[in-house]
Write a new protein. Structure first.
Length: 402
């Protein structure tokens, strides 16, 4: 069968690695910046595309600089709600039926909002979009699957006093502590806040994550936070293997108990290993791949953003996704940052199909993994029923194309 853009756009899809700040509509960024008197390099969409949200970046650090401007307008609850609402609508408009939106609440707390208020503001926007979409007759009748979402709270591997009012306060209170200890304490505090938000407010925070600079800031600093998450039945994902070697992925799984890995692009690269204790690098990689496959740890694959941040990737066909598929790893296609990478879920799925010659069966498996390996915020019976409804709808949409 021929897998076209029109077909992919109709398919029920997921996005499990989706950053709120990196997926804001540029028109909204401009509008909010004007209202809040935030200076931008340009106040036109084209100008921002030329100066900030570019086609290519030199490094991951260069890529992460894009978040400065969205972050500046995400300091008010009404702004966060609007951004979250529009993000959900943008996904709904291209057939995405389930998203997990991630962001760092501590970046937006300490001023007008505390941590619970940040979480509530984002949830309000997502919930409004869900209610509107699920009130449609085709959803109410059960002919199509409904839209749903979860929230993932990101702790930061690294931050400074200038990163936010909240982080400034942490440095002030722990003025005589090592910085790596402060990073871990901030993660622990965030975990406590999201556990309370789940329990007392019913906010569907489904997992914790750590994001930001990977090199020099290992997962071990956040072990206490992840153990607290485990004790409170929170799922766990970790940005790992994006800007550091395979041992970063191993540590995320063994030290933090990660259920999923964000990116994992260095997985098959023995030359990226920097630990001198690892003498047989190829064997280490082979063992790690088998370890991940055996435990069904899912990799959140973000093709476009990886091409923009990894200087070793020159062609999409060279992306390790090919080897992930050949090794039968559990993978799901994600956008990472819709605005920063100028992409959509439809774009990412189509890139995977064309670059790696995916068959109908492989495409169906990828879509199914997205639903099955999600941190769905309801019980197992409801999740099974939802996955079945989505995959039945997948077959219905593709029936005329097979």
């Amino acid at each position: 069968m021929k897998i076209t853009r029109e077909l992919v756009a109709k398919l029920p899809k997921t996005d499990l690695h989706l950053h709120l700040g990196g997926s804001m509509r540029l028109e909204t960024l401009i509008d909010l910046a004007k209202k809040d008197r935030v200076e931008l390099p340009s106040f036109t969409v084209q100008g921002l595309r030329e100066t900030v949200f570019k086609e290519s970046y030199h490094t991951l650090e260069d890529y992460l600089k894009c978040f400065v401007y969205p972050g500046a307008v995400m300091q008010k609850p009404e702004n966060l709600s609007r951004i979250a609402y529009e993000l959900a609508v943008d996904n709904q408009n291209e057939g995405v039926r389930y998203i997990e939106v991630r962001f760092a609440p501590q970046r937006y707390a300490g001023g007008e909002m505390d941590l619970p208020q940040v979480l509530e503001a984002v949830n309000d926007g997502l919930n409004r979009a869900r209610r509107e979409f699920n009130s449609r007759e085709v959803i109410v009748s059960g002919r199509e699957p409904r839209f749903d979402y979860g929230i993932i709270a990101c702790a930061m591997r690294y931050f400074t006093k200038e990163s936010s009012m909240y982080f400034k306060g942490i440095f002030s209170v722990h003025a005589h502590s090592r910085h790596d200890r402060i990073f871990g304490l901030a993660s622990f505090e965030l975990t406590g806040a999201i556990v309370k938000a789940r329990r007392e407010k019913g906010i569907p925070v489904v997992a914790i994550d750590i994001a930001g600079r990977e090199k020099g800031y290992p997962p071990i600093h956040h072990r206490e936070a992840y153990m607290l998450a485990r004790r409170n039945f929170l799922n766990k994902t970790v940005h790992a293997g994006e800007a550091y070697g395979p041992e970063s992925i191993f540590q995320a799984i063994t030290e933090l108990g990660a259920d999923r890995i964000g990116h994992g692009t260095s997985l098959f690269n023995p030359e990226a290993i920097s630990d001198p204790a690892i003498t047989d690098r190829q064997r280490y990689v082979d063992d790690l791949v088998r370890f991940i496959a055996d435990r069904r740890v899912t990799i959140e694959v973000c093709l476009s953003s990886n091409m923009q941040t990894d200087p070793e990737l020159h062609r999409l066909e060279d992306h390790p996704f090919r080897r992930m598929m050949s090794n039968r790893l559990s993978c799901t296609i994600c956008t990472d940052n819709r605005t920063v990478s100028n992409t959509t879920v439809t774009d990412e799925v189509l890139k995977a199909v064309n670059a790696f010659n995916l068959s109908y069966a492989q495409l169906k498996s990828l879509v199914a993994y997205g639903f099955k390996r999600s941190f769905f915020p309801h019980n197992y019976r409801k999740k099974r029923a939802y996955v079945k409804q989505c995959m039945d709808y997948f077959e219905e949409v593709t029936a005329d194309s097979i």
